[in-house]
Write a protein that binds this ligand. Structure first.
Ligand code: AMP
Length: 187
């Protein structure tokens, strides 16, 4: 299966992505994780991405698209993947379409995890305390929500029009949300 996982920052995408990819035995590809690993390793990609991440902005499409193109070419992604946090812009939607078309494949399902905004802020503030992520300060959290609403939320209707979108309520325990995601995927 080729799945996209979408939803606002703090909806629990990352947590669900790990569990669901494991259950379905497909590669979990998180652009945020790849960027953070590069920041931690002080690679040129990490140095480039950090200033955008720290201010809650998106890393430029050219950088992000090249990274995903490379990652999808790895053998573990040939038979299926769960993309977590990509695409997030219209240019990324088109780029991904092109990448898949060139291999004769397509996205099977897009899962949107929905959540109430107050709950998101509470979760992100808690995560900031637990993990010390540099993009989890209150101002940056707010900016990341705005960027999502402006640039990513509108993309969801594209997938809805294609008839491959499923919406899942992100409120509740991790296990409850996982069960909803699997049921929405029909597995
Ligand atoms: P995440 O962990 O998915 O919330 O991503 C953390 C940060 O990485 C985002 O706030 C962006 O700065 C950057 N990032 C992750 N995925 C993308 C993407 N698809 N396009 C642009 N920037 C991204």
């Amino acid at each position: 299966m080729r799945i996209l996982l979408m939803g606002p920052p703090g909806a629990g995408k990352g947590t669900q992505a790990v569990v669901v990819a494991e259950i379905l035995s497909i590669a979990h590809i998180s652009t945020g994780d790849i960027f953070r690993a590069n920041v931690a390793g002080a690679t040129p990609l990490g140095l480039e991405a950090k200033r955008f991440m720290d201010s809650g902005e998106y890393v430029p499409d050219s950088v992000t698209n090249a990274m995903v193109r490379d990652r999808l070419s790895h053998p573990d992604a040939t038979d299926g993947f769960l993309l977590d946090g990509y695409p997030r812009t219209l240019a990324q939607v088109h780029e991904l379409e092109g990448m898949l078309r060139s291999t004769g494949t397509s996205i099977d399902k897009v899962v949107e995890i929905t959540i109430d905004t107050d709950e998101v802020i509470t979760r992100l503030v808690k995560r900031a305390e637990e993990q010390g992520r540099s993009d989890d300060t209150e101002d940056v959290i707010r900016r990341r929500q705005e960027v999502y609403a402006e640039q990513t939320a509108p993309l969801i209707s594209e997938y809805e029009a294609l008839g491959i979108l499923v919406r899942v309520d992100g409120m509740g325990s991790v296990a409850e949300v996982t069960a909803r995601v699997l049921s929405a995927l029909g597995v």
